[in-house]
Design a protein around this ligand. Structure first.
Ligand code: IMP
Ligand code: MG
Length: 169
């Protein structure tokens, strides 16, 4: 597979959308503190840009999920958090929502830590691929069913540092 020569979303389009998302989130949580919980590694660039567009007192933390799957079923998730979840308004920051299996499991695990609320902000969404009932609360862009790379997203560990969005084919 090779990197396509085409641009799916340019740096300018991304910056504009992330700015609007920041406004949307700021409006939603007005008067409250929010705990931004990024899912590594894919969310690191989105988190850095989005966090600066959220005009609220915010904590920032990251999780890394280790998954192993047998068919469509998630069999193992290991995670650690860098701030207390209990009583916090947790906003999970994801790079892309595909089948939704990973995030469904994660939100279930987070619920056990008694947060004040849990919402999900995903930079990209592939709604047609969903196999579980999970609706993100804030979405950057819907994308077609291709392997998207750039702006934090990888293919075989590569292309995360691409400043725009493209895909491999
Ligand atoms: P799912 O929603 O449980 O299927 O898993 C979503 C995860 O799969 C994301 O957090 C990404 O790490 C990875 N993923 C899914 N689609 C893509 C893609 O198009 N490009 C890069 N990573 C992807
Ligand atoms: Mg991911």
């Amino acid at each position: 597979m090779n990197l396509s020569r085409e641009v799916l979303k340019s740096e300018e389009q991304i910056a504009e959308r992330v700015h609007a998302l920041g406004r949307e989130i700021t409006e939603f949580y007005k008067g409250q503190e929010v705990s931004l919980l990024g899912i590594l590694k894919g969310s690191f660039i989105f988190m850095a840009d989005l966090a600066r567009q959220i005009r609220l007192p915010a904590q920032v933390g990251f999780l890394e999920i280790v998954t192993s799957r047998k068919s469509e079923f998630l069999t193992e998730v290991a995670f650690s958090s860098s701030f207390p979840i209990e009583g916090s308004h947790v906003l999970v920051i994801e790079d892309i929502l595909d089948t939704g299996v990973t995030l469904a499991y994660l939100t279930e695990q987070l619920q056990l830590h008694a947060p004040a609320s849990i919402r999900v902000c995903t930079f990209l969404d592939k709604p047609h691929r969903r196999t579980v009932d999970l609706q993100p609360d804030h979405v950057g862009f819907q994308v077609p069913d291709r392997h998207v790379v750039g702006y934090g997203l990888d293919w075989m560990g590569k292309y995360r540092n691409l400043p725009y969005l493209s895909w491999v084919e």
